[in-house]
Design a protein around this ligand. Structure first.
Ligand SMILES: Nc1ncnc2c1ncn2[C@@H]1O[C@H](COP(=O)(O)OP(=O)(O)OC[C@H]2O[C@@H](O)[C@H](O)[C@@H]2O)[C@@H](O)[C@H]1O
Length: 243
């Protein structure tokens, strides 16, 4: 029997010193998307400290073990501190860990993603120079910090699947929205134009929207304003909306 197995757990824990072992840096990052001014946008911050000073990247940060009890608290705190945004919903996207992604050392980041209705953002702390919702079309011209482009691409792929099989993209719109807005957002996420009539028919047949009785007058004819029906986000189309 080893020496460790003869001592009781309380004694073992008293002697255990996690600082004896080198451990990776652990951070969280968020890829938040919204639909605003007719385009798909992702929330970015301009870094005001090393490493990657001056580059734009996702809102992310270290886990302050004295402040938060779990990963969800960590990511929500980071988003609020760095951008002033309260994320109404978040889902875990993927974990990235290796000895390359952060120059400070072996690093693991747990990434989160969400589609959310537009909220204005603001800088709250000194480690961030600016916070902006950036049109995803501008990303190819930018060099983002760390592996944040990879995280954004994974987020977009997740959203594409949601846009193909569900009405979840409506969460990126205001509470009341028009059919053309919903279709345009689906098209941006899927990356292809969709047939107007068939898109509308599929959504109407599934009873996913409620007519608010109100209209919005844009350029053309007044468009009916809808809101999501109860539990609409649970619905999955058997055939994807591209068909
Ligand atoms: N190893 C560490 N552990 C905990 N806190 C740390 C550590 N190193 C630095 N800090 C604290 O965190 C602050 C760094 O700022 P943050 O905004 O929390 O982190 P940032 O530099 O943006 O790093 C997070 C970013 O690193 C990437 O790997 C990751 O993708 C994420 O976006 C420092 O001022 C310091 O107080």
């Amino acid at each position: 029997m080893s020496e460790q197995s003869v001592m009781d757990e309380a004694t073992y824990l008293q002697q255990y010193d996690p600082k004896q072992f080198d451990s990776p840096l652990v951070t969280v990052d968020a890829a938040l998307f919204t639909y605003h001014d007719g385009v798909l946008k992702v929330l970015l911050v301009e870094r005001a400290s090393h490493p990657e000073l001056g580059k734009w990247g996702l809102p992310g940060g270290f886990i302050d073990v004295h402040r938060v009890a779990d990963l969800t608290q960590a990511i929500n705190g980071v988003i609020e501190d760095k951008t002033g945004i309260t994320a109404p919903y978040l889902e875990q996207l993927a974990s990235y860990g290796n000895n390359q992604r952060d120059k400070r050392g072996w690093s693991v980041t747990v990434s989160y993603t969400a589609l959310m209705a537009y909220q204005a953002c603001e800088v709250r702390i000194a480690t961030v120079a600016d916070a902006q919702w950036v049109d995803v079309e501008q990303l190819p011209e930018m060099t983002l910090a760390f592996d944040h482009m990879t995280i954004i691409e994974a987020g977009r792929e997740r959203l594409k699947q949601k846009a193909l099989y569900s009405i979840v993209p409506a969460y990126a719109l205001a509470e009341e929205f028009t059919f053309p807005e919903l279709q345009h957002l689906h098209e941006l996420l899927i990356g292809k134009p969709l047939q107007k009539r068939s898109f509308r028919r599929r959504i109407e047949q599934a009873n996913l929207l409620e007519d608010t009785g109100k209209f919005r007058k844009d350029a053309g004819r007044p468009a009916i304003l809808y809101r999501l029906a109860a539990d609409a986000e649970q619905y999955r189309f058997v055939r994807n909306l591209e068909d």
